[in-house]
Design a protein around this ligand. Structure first.
Ligand code: AMP
Ligand code: MG
Length: 490
């Protein structure tokens, strides 16, 4: 039996300027270390066959499956605010697209599969550590209900990649509803190729926003659609304490999925100005800056679309500004509604926003763990507040707030256990804590032992379940376990 990928490729049918045709570079000794079996089934792939040596060879880029049309996609991007007119897939190759069990078109891409015409000075490869990191965090995001690219598989290549030291090489198979980015539009806009921008926009509408096909002004509607999805996405990030780390326009997906997991991290103690990425020296992509940056990136997208809006520049700009103007309210509405759910409010009243902000302020002042404070607040709805208050350096700060919170929830008809269940459904017990992620990566890289990685992935697949046997995974780091910086590892 050979592994069959039911490819139905559409991106590679676009004009040649959209990509470069390039096959993955074969590797020495591919070995499958993780297959996401449920995702394989969802994609119409046979997980048993993917686990054979032949399957591993495909997932490592050693053999190209029938029906694949391997390409590296072209894109540009603003990196930390500076425009780079040509980036592109320098170490990723899109094998093709399949239609999944829900009828959704999904890209299957190998990341770390060798050089492409976009590699610049890079080697086109990925190290095992960052591959495992992306696997863990992207799948955790999925389990948390946040739009994201997925991870289908991780293979080690049997080769080394040179970074600061020689590291084991690996390939991640990434699945996305597409890999089209704000930077993809920028690539053509920078070349003043309005026809290509239009082709791309048409492709995106059919693929990601089919409901807009018959809109009176489809390109305006497209911008509004991307604005709405990004506003929702960033609100969801903030509500779980996620920091993307590299929100460059080339890492900003048009479909509204979280994409490009590099130095991303979840915060432990709540700190709005938290930054982990070693390369984000100015804090441009700090936790609380993320909504502002999302809007900045969307403004770059709007600039690309201006020629499609109107021949009159001033009119086009005014229309774009009008659409971008919706972001702030959309973000706030999603964020505030999410916060209300996190503190167990079923209804909306004057003063709620201030009440919740007071909790956040107290958490920041008291270095309260973001995840556990909300999780334990759910338990405080049925029981006393002991576990929640224990998150605060000065528990009295929590007690004062909790008195007001109890008075507020008493105004609602819902019972205590109903409230606890609703809170537990939105406040995870388990997030991919940095110290855990780093520890399982180290064991995999140093000892070729994947058991801790497997266990972490398993726990994170059910973030809202108590899983008492894995309670230790919910613990914040001890002072000496704290991870202060994360790295892209590219
Ligand atoms: P990233 O920081 O991963 O979003 O990547 C930014 C750009 O650098 C993209 O164009 C990547 O394809 C490229 N890149 C990152 N790492 C490598 C590598 N090892 N080899 C070639 N290109 C790379
Ligand atoms: Mg990127």
């Amino acid at each position: 039996m050979t592994v069959h990928f039911p490819f139905q490729n559409s991106y590679s049918a676009l004009p040649d300027s959209f990509f470069a045709r390039v096959a993955p570079t074969p590797v020495a000794a591919p070995r499958l270390i993780k297959l996401n079996r449920p995702l394989a089934l969802q994609l119409g792939l046979d997980p048993d066959l993917l686990e054979t040596p032949e399957g591993a060879a495909i997932l490592a880029g050693k053999t190209v499956p029938d029906g694949a049309d391997p390409i590296a996609m072209a894109y540009a991007g603003h990196q930390f605010g500076h425009f780079v007119p040509q980036l592109g897939d320098g170490r990723a190759i899109l094998l093709g697209e399949v239609i999944d069990k829900d009828g959704v078109r999904r890209d299957i891409q190998l990341k770390g599969s060798g050089p492409t015409p976009f590699s610049r000075r890079g080697d086109g490869r990925a190290a095992l550590g960052p591959v495992l990191r992306e696997y863990i965090v992207s799948e955790a995001m999925f389990a948390l209900g946040i739009p994201t690219t997925r991870s289908l598989a991780a293979v080690v290549t049997g080769e080394h990649v040179m970074r600061e030291t020689a590291l084991p090489g690996a390939v991640l198979t990434r699945v996305a509803s597409s890999h089209i980015r704000v930077g993809t539009f920028q690539f053509f806009a920078a070349r003043r190729d309005t026809e290509a921008v239009r082709r791309l926009a048409d492709h995106v509408i059919v693929r990601h926003y089919p409901e807009l096909r018959n809109a009176e002004r489809p390109y305006h509607a497209l911008l509004a659609g991307v604005v709405a999805r990004q506003a929702d996405l960033v609100a969801r990030w903030l509500l779980v304490g996620f920091i993307h780390g590299v929100m460059n326009t080339d890492n900003s997906s048009i479909s509204g999925e979280t994409i490009d997991y590099g130095p991303c991290a979840f915060m432990d103690a709540y700190n709005p100005s938290q930054v982990f990425s070693s390369i984000d020296e100015m804090g441009r992509y700090a936790y609380a800056n993320q909504p502002r940056i999302a809007l900045w990136n969307l403004t770059r997208l709007a600039e690309c679309l201006l020629p499609l809006f109107s021949d009159e520049q001033e009119k086009a700009v005014a229309e774009a500004q009008d659409i971008l103007g919706a972001f702030s309210d959309q973000f706030s509405a999603a964020y505030q509604a999410g916060l209300r759910r996190k503190v167990g409010l079923f209804t909306e009243r004057d003063g709620d926003e201030a009440l919740i902000q007071d909790l956040l302020d107290a958490m920041a002042k008291n270095q309260a763990d973001f995840t556990l404070t909300f999780r334990k607040l759910g338990d405080a709805a049925v029981d006393d507040s002991a576990d929640a208050r224990a998150q605060f350096m000065e528990p009295a700060a929590f007690d004062e707030w909790a008195g007001r919170w109890r008075a507020r929830i008493a105004l609602e008809p819902q019972g205590a256990s109903e409230r606890q269940a609703a809170m537990h459904a939105v406040n995870p017990m388990f997030i991919p804590r940095n110290h855990r992620v780093e520890a399982v990566i180290q064991t995999a890289v140093d000892d070729d032992n994947y058991a801790p990685f497997e266990e972490l992935v398993k726990v994170l697949a059910k973030p809202f379940d108590d899983q008492p046997e894995y309670a230790a995974y919910a613990d914040p780091p001890l002072p000496d376990q704290r991870v202060l910086q994360t790295f892209c590892g590219t």
